[in-house]
Design a protein around this ligand. Structure first.
Ligand code: ZN
Length: 102
């Protein structure tokens, strides 16, 4: 069964990796399905993460939710004031690691 899809292949890989880490059997479908550069790929060709076994669904959904909450938290760099996504550990702009406490 399909557990996750996103047209951002990086996010799909993150989910796959997350499930792997928790020993949840899964695989990626449509990994190479997106069209050539500049071509819009139809929705049903997005890369997808599938579970081998639907009994893992609840566990997998919880993990994915947690991951998305984590990556949604943005932080502001104290070096240059740039706003960074929660998935960045250092400022993408200036490379500084310190966060401004909010
Ligand atoms: Zn910065």
């Amino acid at each position: 069964m399909r557990i996750y899809t996103n047209n951002d292949r990086f996010m799909v890989w993150q989910v796959k990796q997350l499930l792997d880490e928790h020993k949840i059997p899964c695989f990626i479908k449509n990994e190479f399905a997106s069209g050539a550069m500049g071509e819009l790929s139809p929705l049903d060709c997005q890369p997808e993460v599938w579970l081998n076994d639907a009994s893992w669904q609840a566990r997998a959904e919880t993990l994915i939710e947690q991951m998305q909450e984590h990556t949604a938290i943005e932080w502001v760099c104290s070096g240059c004031g740039e706003t960074n996504g929660g998935n960045f550990e250092v400022c993408w702009q200036c490379g500084q690691e310190t966060h401004v406490d909010q």
